[in-house]
Design a binder for this molecule. Structure first.
Ligand code: PEP
Ligand code: MN
Length: 335
């Protein structure tokens, strides 16, 4: 971190600032320019509140050299992280996985049928919402713990590990046998929930918030990792922009940007990003082409009668077609 002092900074105040920073464990390197003095802080500045320093009367400007996230930062962990799910399934570091399944778990027949179909098409994990974050309180809220029980039954019958969303840490007791816990867009900055998930030792799929920057997203990953849970997978699911033609705007450039900034695996969800089934294939292919470590795709046996997100859900046949296209483009992915 670099602190530029004002031209005629009061010496006593500069000394106060210096001893305060030293008391926090920093070494300080002073450089005297023609008009300004510059202080270079040497040490881990991730705990420093940059705004407090900026607000000081003697300070002209402050610049971070090092990002405020540490555990998620590629600078301190050059190799790609590989997240292991259950026995042997890997995501990241060249291991590409597709997570597929319905938006909501609706019945045993539905989830078992979809599980078997997506497995046959090449999916590595089964998704299904049991606790649903719906915009309307009158919309289907999910089958709750019964939904998780049905997912576990589908896992038993298909062999696919399961991914499902948590909305409240009080529900953790239902998630003991869940392989990957999803944090949805609406909870990306639910910091108390993130801290609880940091205490676990199981993979967390962290979706990008509806209108969050990449840095805010990485700080949320940092919350989980700071608790000791390093198994975080990031999921780009589109952000809110002024565009209304699609449900969200898929920020695909986030994928290569994240691969530069972090060692964590990054997957793309073209279903929630577009909201339109016919757009899932082109954006899934694009996600694979730009180097994503996997995809999350909503698949339903009867999309028109789905209890949530039917408009963006693929039939098993359409999903197979997407998988074929994704597999064809993967050898050419930019990574
Ligand atoms: C979901 O995956 O079903 C979901 C609700 O996604 P998001 O949090 O990205 O809206
Ligand atoms: Mn959905």
């Amino acid at each position: 971190m670099i602190i530029m002092l004002k031209r005629q900074a009061d010496e006593r105040q500069v000394n106060n600032l210096t001893s305060w920073l030293k008391s926090m464990g920093f070494d300080i390197h002073f450089s005297q320019g023609a008009s300004h003095t510059i202080m270079g802080l040497i040490g881990d500045t991730s705990r420093v509140d940059i705004d407090v320093i900026k607000s000081l009367g003697i300070v002209e400007n402050v610049q971070r050299i090092q990002e405020p996230y540490k555990s998620a930062n590629r600078k301190f962990h050059e190799e790609d992280s590989i997240v292991e799910v259950g026995a042997g399934l890997k995501i990241g570091g060249g291991h590409f996985q597709v997570i597929a399944g319905p938006c909501s778990v609706e019945s045993e027949e539905q989830i078992v049928l979809v599980a078997k179909a997506v497995k046959a098409a090449g999916a590595g994990l089964l998704r299904g919402g049991a606790f649903k974050p719906r915009t309307s309180p009158y919309a289907f809220q999910g089958l709750h713990e019964e939904g998780i029980r049905l997912l576990l039954e589908a896992k038993r019958q298909s062999g696919l590990p399961i991914v499902t969303e948590i909305m409240d840490a009080h529900h953790l007791k239902y998630f003991e046998d869940v392989d990957v816990i999803q944090v949805g867009a609406r909870n990306m900055q639910n910091f108390e929930l993130l801290k609880e998930l940091g205490q676990l030792r199981k993979p967390i799929l962290l979706k990008r918030g509806l209108a969050n920057t990449i840095q805010e997203w990485l700080m949320s990953a940092e919350y989980i990792m700071a608790g000791g849970n390093e198994q975080v997978i990031l999921c780009e699911r589109g952000i809110r922009t002024y565009e209304t033609a699609t449900r969200n705007t898929l920020d695909l450039s986030a994928v290569p940007v994240l691969h530069k900034l972090t060692h964590l695996p990054v997957i793309v969800d073209p279903s929630h990003a577009t909201g339109i089934a016919s757009l899932v294939k082109p954006m899934a292919v694009a996600g694979a082409a730009c180097g994503a470590d996997g995809l999350m795709i909503e698949v339903h046996n009867d999309p028109t009668h789905a209890r949530s997100d039917g408009a963006q859900s693929l039939t098993p046949e359409a999903f197979q077609d997407v998988m074929n296209a994704v597999n064809a483009v993967r050898p050419f992915a930019c990574r």
